[in-house]
Design a protein around this ligand. Structure first.
Ligand code: GTP
Length: 341
């Protein structure tokens, strides 16, 4: 038993990405503790409240077999799950037939970010200790992986993770693409909704650094990143690509929706108060992400669109597919993209 346990810990910590870590954790819990169901929930605070997602689930079919449940947003999380997320405490309830449901909080930098839910026969004390230990190993390792994926200054995803994340999104799209090609109606809908990649760059950022120094520049970058995190949805991928350049990847929406969303964001940045800088603007280049596109090509397209947005006066959005179509924005003078106090 001890040897098997050690092997399971080695297996858990061998993984290099969050997805493999999660599937490893759930199969380990199933193997050593035994359960009918075990799932990982993640929560993100957004403007409208809390978004809860079941990121992975394992459901036992019979004694030897189990199946995986795909990630889904939970419209109405149970009160126990919400209590666990709010209090960061373990919650367990037992029904008359001896089946127990247990919620174990997951914290990252002392903040509850999710929970592990297990449905099983009432757990012995030894099993509870083992389960808590597995959850702790997962939590510690998640912290390391999380730090490796993040930009130190802004906390957004870093450039190194971009290829992997975009590849995952494209793979998801390919699967969806095959599913949706079943009917004409679906085919039409599929045509309308595609994923989008936006490359965002602060206008005349050098002036901020030159006038007030890099510390002030860093503060501006941090505030902009926080504004993005609050404004965009938790399922959108936000990367700091380097310097004052950010890359945003959106789940499938229509052209009108993405255009309106990004226009609202450009307007929000224009209204946002940054330290020292009275008015800051951003330029955005946007490209579609097709199910068979190479990440590098998508990036190049967005980069060309961004270049066009800069060339056209900054403080605006340009779409690669229609470089002549740049939504009208109040055109800033070439020299006054940043108003400094
Ligand atoms: N504070 C700070 N500045 C950075 C960082 N990384 C890059 N920079 C600065 O970002 C500035 C980028 O300047 P440019 O590429 O000339 O672009 P810009 O002034 O924003 O002009 P446009 O993009 O053409 O509107 C340079 O001054 C870099 O030193 C960082 O991490 N922190």
């Amino acid at each position: 038993m001890q040897e098997e346990l050690l092997h399971s810990v080695v297996k858990l910590t061998k993984t290099r990405d969050v997805d493999s870590l999660e599937s490893s954790l759930l199969s380990t819990i199933h193997e050593f503790i035994g359960c009918q169901q075990v799932s990982i929930y993640k929560s993100t605070a957004v403007k409208t409240g809390l978004v809860v997602e079941c990121s992975l689930g394992l459901e036992v079919i019979d004694q030897k077999q189990y199946c995986w449940k795909e990630s889904e947003i939970i419209e109405k999380p149970s009160s126990e799950l919400l209590s666990c997320l709010n209090s960061a405490c373990i919650i367990a309830i037992q029904s008359h037939d001896g089946v127990e449901k247990r919620w174990i909080p997951i914290t990252l930098s002392d903040q509850p970010i999710g929970a592990i839910t297990i449905v099983s026969q009432a757990l012995s004390s030894a099993d509870q200790v083992l389960l808590n230990a597995f959850c702790c190993i997962y939590e510690n390792y998640l912290t390391i992986l999380h730090e490796n994926e993040r930009d130190k200054l802004t906390g957004l995803l870093n450039r190194q993770t971009f290829d992997k994340k975009l590849k995952q999104l494209i793979e998801k799209q390919v699967v969806k693409h095959h599913k949706t090609l079943k009917s004409n109606k679906d085919r039409l809908e599929h045509k309308e909704s595609v994923s989008w990649l936006a490359m965002l760059d602060i206008d005349h950022f050098k002036q901020v650094n030159d006038s007030y120094g890099h510390v002030c520049g860093d503060e501006v970058l941090l505030i902009l990143a926080q504004t993005m995190e609050r404004f965009f949805s938790p399922t959108d991928l936000l990367f700091r690509f380097g310097g004052e350049e950010f890359v945003l990847v959106f789940e499938p929406v229509t052209f009108e929706e993405i255009e309106s969303l990004l226009s609202d964001f450009v307007a929000l940045v224009r209204r946002t108060k940054f330290p020292f800088v009275d008015k800051l603007t951003v330029s955005i280049g946007v490209s579609k992400v097709g199910p068979y596109d190479f990440p590098i090509h998508v990036l190049e397209n967005a980069d060309r669109a961004l270049y066009a947005a800069k060339d056209n006066g900054r403080d605006q959005i340009c779409f690669f597919d229609s470089l002549t179509h740049c939504p009208e924005q109040p055109k800033g003078n070439e020299d006054d993209g940043v108003d400094l106090f």
